[in-house]
Design a protein around this ligand. Structure first.
Ligand code: BT5
Length: 327
């Protein structure tokens, strides 16, 4: 582990003196000093006190800030502004990176699925995680589901009751019987809080790299978002701590998808948080629309729909929640 990351972990437990850090991390005192300086330059204001080095009260939204106290094996690369964190993550992936999360405060060319535009002004959590999971390409869609679960959990921990619409939308409200469900004119089944764009490169039997791109409208006013969208701040009335939010999201993702032997937890976790199951839906698939009741999701992310002509399985498409049998 690099000195900087080890130092951030050590500071999480309270003040530590320079010599103690050097001994614990098995590096020179000069190396500790250099790591402290590099953290300060990045805005992570490590303080020197008589008891030793102390982490800042407000670690800030930055690489070191997110890594501070992060309980997941990922390094953070932070940018104030990028065209798209997915594009940067893809570049890193082709250079061989593994376990790196690219984070930007603002994106100028954010992408949704099918090359749709993703609006990403300053204040959001725009994050793309590069991993090299040792799984066959056919299982890759599970990572999208895991990212949706991790995102929904981070939103819930921040106090917003988010649910998942198959396969990759994280929404608020719009459930049957809620006062605002009629305001949902686009059939989205709620206000869109977050979206996920997974990209990968695979060999015949193994994923070579995978980029899980996650966009969460965190501290953004609804006037800066497309119609039908919402943000954590809009829902809560107060801004969220993006540093803690991003760390929670990464921790949840690692817990579900960080190792192949954990991945059987993904589907049950997804089912628990999904609002699509049991609903009447229409999914626009590349082969035309499929309408019926969504009854299950199967590995690696296939939606099972009971239609008049029997069960149909759909692997990809845009899903609309319908209001009742008459839709
Ligand atoms: C998605 O696409 O929902 C995937 C979005 C992934 C964005 C992340 S941000 C970090 C990483 N870097 C990237 O460049 N992308 C990823 P899709 O299901 O196709 O939904 C796109 C549609 O959502 C658009 O056509 C708009 O209608 C709507 N939309 C655009 N920006 C939005 C926003 N900020 N919040 C809610 N809805 C939005």
């Amino acid at each position: 582990m690099d000195t900087r990351r080890a130092l951030l972990d050590a500071l999480g437990d309270g003040p530590v003196s320079g010599p103690a850090l050097a001994a614990d991390l098995d590096v020179s005192r000069a190396a500790v000093w250099k790591a402290v300086e590099s953290l300060r330059e990045e805005g992570f204001a490590v303080e020197s006190t008589p008891e030793g080095y102390v982490a800042p009260d407000d670690p800030g939204y930055s690489a070191a800030g997110i890594e501070f106290g992060l309980d997941a094996p990922y390094a953070i690369e932070y940018h104030a502004r990028l065209p798209s964190t997915n594009d940067r993550a893809r570049d890193l992936a082709t250079e061989g990176a593994d376990g790196v999360a690219v984070v930007a405060d603002e994106q100028t060319g954010g992408r949704g699925r099918l090359d749709r535009e993703w609006v990403a002004p300053s204040g959001g959590v725009w994050l793309s995680l590069v991993t090299r999971p040792d799984v066959p390409p056919a299982r890759a869609p599970l990572f999208t589901l895991a990212a949706a679960v991790a995102t929904a959990d981070a939103c819930r921990e921040a106090g917003v009751d988010a649910h998942i619409k198959w396969p990759n939308d994280v929404l608020v409200g719009g459930l049957d019987g809620e006062p605002d469900s009629d305001a949902d004119t686009e059939g989205r089944g709620g206000r869109k809080l977050a979206g996920i764009l997974t990209e990968m490169q695979g060999e015949a039997d193994r994923v070579s790299w995978l980029v899980a791109g996650i966009g969460v409208n965190a501290n953004i006013g609804s006037d800066a978002l497309p119609p039908g969208a919402t943000s954590l701040r809009e829902e809560l009335g107060d801004p969220v701590d993006r540093r803690r939010f991003a760390a929670t999201l990464l921790e949840r993702f690692a817990a579900l998808a960080g190792a192949p032997d954990r991945m059987d937890r993904i589907l049950p976790a997804w089912r628990e948080r999904a609002s699509t199951l049991g609903r009447r839906v229409r999914v626009d698939t590349p082969n035309g629309p499929v309408t019926g009741t969504a009854v299950d999701v199967e590995s690696p992310g296939t939606l099972v729909i009971d239609t008049d002509a029997g069960p149909r399985r759909v692997h990809a498409g845009d899903c609309e929640h319908l209001r009742d049998a008459g839709d």
